[in-house]
Design a protein around this ligand. Sequence first.
Ligand code: SF4
Ligand code: SF4
Ligand code: SF4
Length: 373
Amino acid sequence: MMQKAMRLQFDPGLCVRAKSKFSECTKCVDICPSSVQLVDNLPSFARLTGVEAAACVGVCPAGAMRLSDFSATEFFFHFLKSKVRFISPKINLPCVSVLSVEHLLSLALASDETISVDLDSYEKGSSLLLHIEAMIEEANFILSSFGNKRIETNLLDLEPPSRSLSSDGEPEEISRRAFLKQATLKEALKHKIAFDDALNADEIERFEIDAGVIATIKEKHLPDKRKILLTTLKKAEIPENFEILPQEEIGFVSQKYVTEDCTNCQMCYRLCPTGALSSDSRFSLIHFDAMLCLKCHLCHDVCEPDAILLQDGFEVREFFEPKQRVLALFDIKRCHECGANFTYRGGEQICPRCALEEEEAMMLHSNAKKMGF
Ligand code: SF4
Ligand code: SF4
Ligand code: SF4
């Protein structure tokens, strides 16, 4: 029987570009320019894809891209269950780039043994290899502030395969044959073949915003990779000291502050895809949970006065002791005209909408007077 070809899939309801036309996210396009383009403001791509397009799955902050026959979430659990500690497109996944820094961090933290990534399968100097190396470097940079854990590369080629304890407690040699005996890895190999079969296909996938997509856009959604990381961090050893890392070295999470230029227009916390930014029922404040932030930049893109900014440093404490912070507090008053709540800036008795209507009415009245009515 022929293998079903592996396809790149896209959920427009999760893409931050669908949440606002002001979104400037182009991560998937930047990483796979030959496969992914923007059409009508949304990513579009050839229906069947090759290995190079797996990177757009890994980089998408919101989890809007995925592969039809490979789930990074399932891979995470299969990997930990297996005795293999080597991540390789020859063995257990279609391409290392289908993972994200969050996955690498979670795998390294959740595994008792050092994990290793196969870089030899990639063309030297290729953009794909550079991207994977950058992910490992970022993960290792963060891990170095946690303790002694580190992700290695090409361990399989440099020294004998990883050793682990068998079920009776005796060390067991893990050979390539042993890898392939495991059902999960057979599955992975099947996926790899199917993935390669997709290389020649060229059917354009287009996406539209229908009622179902609009319903998803309105929902707050935390991608699986973040849920995995949060769960893994809860079980991880807490560092003795918490460092502050430069924010530009961390691509998937951020800490922010709001300046006095904020007008409480509500755009950032209404559109934030995960609920990292939120408010209360009166819209009297801006709350922020850094560990729910995907660094998707949407809140910055929609903020007209540029009032929401990135903190220079990311506090490692946040990974282990996440907390909700108040970024802004607003004085909320009831409009004397329409009764709706509005953000009080000082002195005004009516809301901006009523003020505008009043201004327009005054203008009409004065024009009518000038014309002698
Ligand atoms: S959210 Fe994901 S799918 Fe949408 S533009 Fe950004 S990277 Fe691409
Ligand atoms: S930070 Fe910007 S987008 Fe958010 S409420 Fe304030 S002005 Fe609006
Ligand atoms: S806080 Fe901003 S950058 Fe973070 S997930 Fe929400 S919209 Fe994206």
